[in-house]
Unconditional design. Structure first.
Length: 344
């Protein structure tokens, strides 16, 4: 671990090792694995691509989207997990928030780099993916969490997943607006999903135990852009004591002694969205104790047993630190993607 935890200013030299670690996890075909010889999932692959774009690795980020383009299913989706050499589908499920997230990645990378290839090269991929997701929306506005041809999955929706989809729909709408091809039915889908997240809690966790114990259900709706800064701050304050371990970070689950770096970074984003930058900076700076010499960050820490767990350094954790840094320090023009309300 390094000694950057107390630094008050974060510059390129401080952030660069995290991007270098992501590059170490990227294969020649553009696929970004969790770690060397690990698996790939489309959501975390996209997260890592954004981290690369923030630090100026534009061609590597484009290659990441090339991989998505080349491995997209005919119906516009991607499977949940890929593993092996060459990468093969290892999970028959299709998770809708995974399918939607490349839209967020493309918009973010375009804003960060101003390289229009992120829009023009992948517009067909984007349209197919978002249409697939919108087709899974119920009349109530929520979106089915996953589909599978090999098993019967519960008909249900997740707050965190739908929050991620909500932001992805916004980004997809903005991409098509930028290209001069508006999508009115995507706008309607975004409005319905926003209404479900804000006003229809009965749409979520219908068939399984409530996910309210998980911190992402607490802060991720803020990252969806559905709350004003004042509302976001009130939401954070209401459960702060449950989820935030002082001088440590954000718990993954309220009743478990385990914090993760990625969720602490996402909470950092939520704090910035709530105009609580000083708290965001304080939380973020403490996370650098978990960075290893190779630039990667350990995924989490059990503060009851005083041990790193799991013993893995994921590419998407490194990327999350870069996304949080962008929101805090305005490194790129994409810095507000996760922290602003929609402008439509």
């Amino acid at each position: 671990m390094n000694n950057l935890a107390e630094k008050k200013q974060f510059n390129h030299d401080v952030l660069a090792p995290a991007a270098e670690y992501i590059l170490q996890c990227q294969r020649s075909d553009g696929a970004i694995l969790w770690f060397a010889n690990g698996k790939l999932d489309p959501w975390d692959h996209t997260e890592a691509a954004m981290g690369l774009a923030i630090m100026g690795h534009t061609q590597a980020a484009l290659k990441a989207f090339d991989w998505l383009q080349q491995n997209q299913n005919k119906n516009g989706s991607w499977h949940a997990n890929y593993i092996g050499e060459p990468l093969q589908i290892s999970d028959a499920k299709i998770e809708t928030n995974f399918v939607a997230y490349p839209a967020t990645g493309l918009w973010y990378c375009y804003l960060a780099t101003r390289n229009k290839a992120f829009l023009h090269n992948y517009v067909d991929m984007l349209e197919a993916a978002i249409d697939y997701v919108v087709n899974q929306q119920t009349p109530q506005g929520d979106i089915q969490w996953a589909l599978s041809e090999s098993e019967q999955l519960p008909s249900d929706a997740l707050v965190t997943a739908c929050s991620s989809i909500c932001r992805s729909l916004e980004c997809a709408i903005k991409i098509m607006r930028e290209l001069g091809t508006p999508k009115p039915h995507w706008l309607k889908a975004h409005a319905k999903l926003t209404a479900a997240l804000l006003h229809k809690p009965e749409c979520f966790d219908r068939t399984w135990e409530s996910k309210e114990r998980f911190s992402m259900d607490w802060f991720y709706p803020i990252l969806a852009g559905i709350y004003s800064p004042v509302q976001a701050s009130e939401r954070l304050q209401a459960r702060w004591q449950e989820f935030v371990e002082p001088d440590m970070g954000c718990r993954c689950v309220s009743d478990q002694p385990w914090m993760t770096v990625a969720e602490s970074c996402e909470l950092t984003l939520a704090l910035v969205a709530a105009n609580r930058r000083d708290e965001a900076l304080n939380l973020y700076q403490k996370l650098y104790r978990w960075q290893d010499e190779d630039g990667g960050f350990w995924t989490g820490y059990n503060f009851k047993n005083n041990n790193i767990w799991p013993e893995e350094k994921t590419s998407w954790t490194a990327a999350a630190t870069l996304l949080a840094a962008d929101a805090l320090f305005k490194i790129t023009p994409a810095c507000n993607v996760f922290i602003q309300e929609p402008d439509f």
